[in-house]
Design a protein around this ligand. Sequence first.
Ligand SMILES: *[C@@H]1O[C@H](CO)[C@@H](O)[C@H](O)[C@H]1NC(C)=O
Ligand SMILES: *[C@@H]1O[C@H](CO)[C@@H](O)[C@H](O)[C@H]1NC(C)=O
Ligand SMILES: *[C@@H]1O[C@H](CO)[C@@H](O)[C@H](O)[C@H]1NC(C)=O
Ligand SMILES: *[C@@H]1O[C@H](CO)[C@@H](O)[C@H](O)[C@H]1NC(C)=O
Ligand SMILES: *[C@@H]1O[C@H](CO)[C@@H](O)[C@H](O)[C@H]1NC(C)=O
Ligand SMILES: *[C@@H]1O[C@H](CO)[C@@H](O)[C@H](O)[C@H]1NC(C)=O
Ligand SMILES: *[C@@H]1O[C@H](CO)[C@@H](O)[C@H](O)[C@H]1NC(C)=O
Ligand SMILES: *[C@@H]1O[C@H](CO)[C@@H](O)[C@H](O)[C@H]1NC(C)=O
Ligand SMILES: *[C@@H]1O[C@H](CO)[C@@H](O)[C@H](O)[C@H]1NC(C)=O
Ligand SMILES: *[C@@H]1O[C@H](CO)[C@@H](O)[C@H](O)[C@H]1NC(C)=O
Length: 826
Amino acid sequence: MRNLSLELILSCSYLFCLICVASGFVPVDNYLIDCGSPRNSSIGNRTFLADNFYSDILSTTQNILASTNVSSLSSSYDSTLYLTARIFDQASRYTFPIKEKGRHLIRLYFFPFVFGEYNLSTAKFSVHAQNFTLLKDYQLDKGSVVKEYSFNITTNQLVLTFMPNSGSFAFVNALEVISLPIELIPDSAGVVETPGVKHNLQNQALETVLRVNMGNETVHPQKDTLWRLWVSDDTFLKHSAVSTVSNIDAVTYKNGHVTENIAPASVYGTATKLDSDRDPRLNANLTWLFSVDAGFDYLVRFHFCDIVNSSLGPFFFNVYINSWFAYANFDLSTLTSNIIGTPYFFDVITSSISSSAMSVSVGPSSESSYYPMAILNGLEIMKISNSQGSLETSDSENGSSKTNSRSKIILITGLSGGISILLVFVLVLFLVCRRRRKLAVVGHSKEEDNFVMNMNQTGDTHSNGLAVFSTSKFRYRYPFTAIEEATNNFSEDLIIGTGGFGKVYKGIFRDGTKVAVKRGQSKSRQGLTEFRTEIEMLSQFRHRHLVSLIGYCDERNEMIIIYEFMENGTLKSHLYCSDLPVLSWKQRLEICIGSAKGIHYLHTGYTKAIIHRDVKSANILLDENLMAKVADFGLSKSGPEIDQTHVSTAVKGSFGYLDPEYLTRQQLTEKSDVYSFGVVMLEILCGRAVIDPSLPREKVNLVEWAMKWRERGRIQESIDTYLVDQASEESLWKFMEIAEKCLAKSGLNRPSMGDVLWNLGSALQLQVKEEKQSDEDGLVPKADWVGYQETTTSASTTQFSRGSLGNLAGVSMSKVFANMVKEEMR
Ligand SMILES: *[C@@H]1O[C@H](CO)[C@@H](O)[C@H](O)[C@H]1NC(C)=O
Ligand SMILES: *[C@@H]1O[C@H](CO)[C@@H](O)[C@H](O)[C@H]1NC(C)=O
Ligand SMILES: *[C@@H]1O[C@H](CO)[C@@H](O)[C@H](O)[C@H]1NC(C)=O
Ligand SMILES: *[C@@H]1O[C@H](CO)[C@@H](O)[C@H](O)[C@H]1NC(C)=O
Ligand SMILES: *[C@@H]1O[C@H](CO)[C@@H](O)[C@H](O)[C@H]1NC(C)=O
Ligand SMILES: *[C@@H]1O[C@H](CO)[C@@H](O)[C@H](O)[C@H]1NC(C)=O
Ligand SMILES: *[C@@H]1O[C@H](CO)[C@@H](O)[C@H](O)[C@H]1NC(C)=O
Ligand SMILES: *[C@@H]1O[C@H](CO)[C@@H](O)[C@H](O)[C@H]1NC(C)=O
Ligand SMILES: *[C@@H]1O[C@H](CO)[C@@H](O)[C@H](O)[C@H]1NC(C)=O
Ligand SMILES: *[C@@H]1O[C@H](CO)[C@@H](O)[C@H](O)[C@H]1NC(C)=O
């Protein structure tokens, strides 16, 4: 007892310390210079040191300290910093010793004034740091500006160079170099335009374009732990159906992973939201428009926090950048465990913005039956340095970039060598025009004919395409040589799966990205169609619970699809036929919920429902955290509304999982997936194969066998013995009930995936409740089975079903179709 309370006190004080540290961030490297000033200047609780204090880290002594009397300066940053400046007549370097490697923040303060013969408004100069170009040919006519950059410093010094243009001079009013908290900038982020592609940020410089606080209120640097300025959003807001909310006291950092360094409470505590109070059927987007430099990639960070505390249901909406999904069906309530006031943020990269406008929207999701609600609390837009390490467009581009930015930009990124410029230029222009059309088609149309056309077109341009577009958004078309290298020339040792379509290899690209490479076997017509369907599907969908597309390759008549690599393989391999550790009931429920979310999204996330057609445990993959993602869209078809006249003759799917109604009527609906999902649920529950011919006759068919015991009210006879001991009985029954409904003979009687999801949620809750209770009681969870003693046979059952054949479920449909029909007729 004593020990316990001591421990408690210790951990409390430890926590308390953590909180202390978190609230006032103290940078390890912290250089604050009030350039040109003879005095130290206190700004809030920071002191910008007099210019001469740091004169030893500056390369030149021939420079001029300037000052002004202008007091009519309005700035969100403290104006005392602007009253003095240092003028550089020649290239000059600051060399800052760096104690802590990692990302640092550099702020440069500029305010042009007239000092003797120097009119700072005429100064024109560049600023470089490490190998990055921060400013190029920069000139500031009037007004004050704070430029903010961050990049990773990997050596023990930072060299900041001010380089006047010839005949001109450079100046700076104040500067800051501070180390940043490690959590602030991620190592990489996903690209909006190419789902599944991640862009590494570790070696890139970022320039803050804007930090916006939604809710029509500016947050000044003194209220931010990192002295950032968050401007009010009202000047960027496009829509009128908005309202603002403010509830700063509700913000709490104790749940979740967000710290005050990510954004202060004054940012999370105010928001702009869709004004749906007056119209519960309001269907509109909330849009902000920002002006950015075309031709760069941007890191965009969205900050959310439910401060509304409404009883109107969960927050569930879509987030867009320039009409692309930044996050489809963003479920803030679930992500913050329904705790009011918990901050949440996510990052995305938007690639090659083609015009100088960036629009950011939030709006109700068509998938949601909830009250229309969309909210945004804060937004950060950061420009990412280009392949030349520059944050500025170069001279050659300047001329026409404003008018025809898109083609120009791609030209710039493509031209690194500068040889045969004319030839490449013509080629690029040609490709850009064609690709632009095509991409639009791939992104927004589902008509297969169009897609076929695209594929053919890309086929004949590939050899040049990749070199030229290596940094553009077309990066998801990979060269065959890169794939060969990644898979060690399709080494047999790297095979991680084989299916009707071909073999799947594990691949590692040069940058260390692990991928799964699916290589089509033959160029059969059917294979080609499925190949296209799958790329088309994958490039449209972006969801946490769907395996994402990284790229594809159709060079040399290959049909290769590159997916994100799923560390833990198939769900099937975790259920039976392997030595992998047994999954707990809670894990199984979470996997089941995850895959149901994926399928639900397919059914409802797009204007036309997508039917997966091959839902099975071998098509549910698990990542390193055992999060489930649905894979293999090769057979997918859009729903009946466009298919009404079309009677699908080729029955596709996998043996054992096929909807009997589909077999007899050959009519495909979402409910066919629901049936297959019901079969997967039984596999999860019973831990055995769907069809296992090695078992005694009455047990061969899992569905029949499980349902038989279900009817007799003794499901424990059929379920995985491992679960009998550790799962909540209520939860198991609930689960069985859902599975049974999914397996209803008639599609009409089956629930929708949304209903399934909802019910699975309550099955999980039942289990969690039981676990909590037994934790409190200090007992090992154990279901109190009626007639438990009678079930001694079940142990032996599962024992030999694990490790038995059970592989039929993976066999491609066409081969077993005949057999199956016979089986079903019986
Ligand atoms: C600086 O002041 C701000 C607010 O005025 C406060 O939140 C922060 O903790 C202070 N930082 C330090 C290092 O004292
Ligand atoms: C400015 O502050 C630094 C460090 O606190 C101190 O060493 C220095 O003497 C001060 N300079 C002036 C001009 O007050
Ligand atoms: C600042 O103002 C004072 C008096 O108002 C004047 O004597 C001085 O020359 C001014 N300095 C500059 C740099 O304008
Ligand atoms: C300083 O330069 C700017 C821009 O070239 C010009 O508009 C302004 O009149 C100049 N000021 C003086 C005092 O010469
Ligand atoms: C700058 O680039 C050069 C050559 O690319 C490299 O050797 C050097 O380490 C880089 N410097 C820094 C500070 O990254
Ligand atoms: C900085 O770069 C080094 C080397 O590339 C890398 O190991 C490190 O993780 C990077 N740090 C950050 C914060 O990006
Ligand atoms: C924002 O606040 C200003 C005044 O503070 C007001 O004029 C403006 O209408 C507000 N905008 C919105 C969108 O509420
Ligand atoms: C949310 O609303 C409920 C009831 O309206 C109230 O009890 C609770 O304190 C509120 N929570 C917050 C964080 O405002
Ligand atoms: C919201 O914006 C997205 C992307 O631009 C668009 O697809 C959707 O139709 C818009 N919704 C409404 C209601 O305007
Ligand atoms: C770059 O563009 C700006 C604005 O369009 C123009 O004022 C400037 O002269 C251009 N610079 C060069 C070097 O072409």
